[in-house]
Design a protein around this ligand. Structure first.
Ligand SMILES: Nc1ncnc2c1ncn2[C@@H]1O[C@H](COP(=O)(O)OP(=O)(O)OP(=O)(O)O)[C@@H](O)[C@H]1O
Ligand SMILES: [Mg+2]
Length: 326
């Protein structure tokens, strides 16, 4: 799949954010003439049930068990905008894929260490991803920690990682250091998910260079739309210069509240702009996520019957159905 879909091509050419915002606004205004039929959830239209994206709801099948594991497909969860659900999606998608028998390694690639905390793993006085990048620790297995979720492991991060960019800047092939670390454990996992920090700096470039795919969590609020053009432009550059295999695995709308017109309109714009790159699974807004973070558990174990847990299980099934995960 070529990353530059027609829509991405519409978004990519602008050389600066102001221009990108103009393009997005133009796309957003097309709605008067050509409005995608985005509906409230589970609206029924003549028998076919449509989801929040306006597409008919698909019953994604439960993934077949795997008889052999590895090598991993590596996916970065990336968006330079803060607070859009990258960490929440990494945690819960990891747990959902593990629930379907996939061996999952989640990489905390943010000095805030929220992924490590959210999965209840130790991130101080233990080897972290920083030590692997800097070569203080050679074998990634020394930094891997098991979680309480069977099949889900983590390489943690802490505030040390904030110094990594400065240290790596003069390294040979500085963009490829994470890729070489992950290559050493790829055979042991089916999927590796990287929780990126909210920036497009050298760490995120390392994540994208190491990845086969990129998944963009996008909060259903207007300002969240504005950075996506720049993000896609960055992914294009990475593909041209560093990592020809990277593809856009999808855009997952998060924090969707079907009761608000604003949420519905933003989702409509996302679907309008990105077509089928906008995943059918939409993650609703609920306080269960902050609650689960406090309990240091994924939603799939904290509140397995909650709609939010079911949404992440559906996201896992959708990604398997699309071939993004084995
Ligand atoms: N679907 C949701 N409904 C309600 N709250 C959510 C949802 N998803 C995430 N949150 C909450 O929003 C906050 C930000 O989410 P999260 O940390 O996942 O975003 P992020 O993109 O990783 O942020 P950062 O850019 O700072 O790393 C957290 O408090 C999280 O619990
Ligand atoms: Mg985060």
């Amino acid at each position: 799949m070529k990353l530059a879909s027609n829509v991405a091509r519409m978004l990519v050419p602008p050389r600066n954010m102001a221009a990108a915002a103009v393009v997005l606004t133009r796309i957003c205004r097309r709605e008067n003439g050509k409005r995608a039929s985005v509906s409230t959830p589970e609206q029924s239209t003549g028998g076919a049930v449509t989801g929040p994206t306006g597409r008919p709801l698909t019953d994604f099948p439960v993934p077949e068990p795997l008889d052999a594991h590895g090598p991993a497909r590596i996916i970065s969860l990336c968006n330079q905008k803060g607070g859009v659900g990258k960490t929440t999606t990494t945690i819960n998608l990891s747990a959902a894929l593990a629930a379907y028998g996939r061996r999952v390694l989640a990489i905390d690639f943010d000095p805030q260490g929220a992924l490590s905390a959210g999965l209840g793993v130790q991130s101080h006085d233990v080897p972290t991803i920083y030590d692997l990048l800097l070569g203080h620790v050679q074998d990634p297995r020394e930094a891997i920690q098991h979680t309480e979720v069977e099949g889900l492991d983590v390489i943690p991060a802490n505030i040390d990682l904030s110094a990594a960019e400065v240290h790596l800047i003069n390294e040979v092939a500085r963009e490829q250091i994470l890729a070489s670390v992950l290559r050493r454990v790829s055979e042991d996992y089916d999927v590796i998910l990287i929780d990126c920090q909210p920036s497009l700096g050298l760490l995120t470039v390392n994540a994208l260079t190491a990845s086969h795919g990129v998944l963009i969590p996008l909060a259903c609020e207007y300002f969240a739309l504005r950075g996506v053009a720049m993000l896609i432009e960055t992914v294009e550059k990475i593909r041209d210069r560093l990592n020809p295999v990277i593809t856009l695995d999808g855009i997952v709308a998060t924090m969707y509240d079907s009761r608000t017109l604003h949420s519905r309109e933003v989702l409509e714009r996302v679907v309008d702009a990105f077509g089928t790159e906008a995943l059918e699974t939409v993650i609703g807004r609920t306080v269960k996520f902050p609650d689960a973070s406090v309990a240091a558990q994924p939603i799939t174990t904290f509140a397995p019957d909650h709609a939010a847990a079911k949404a992440y299980l559906q996201l896992a099934r959708e990604l398997v159905a699309r071939g993004a995960v084995a």
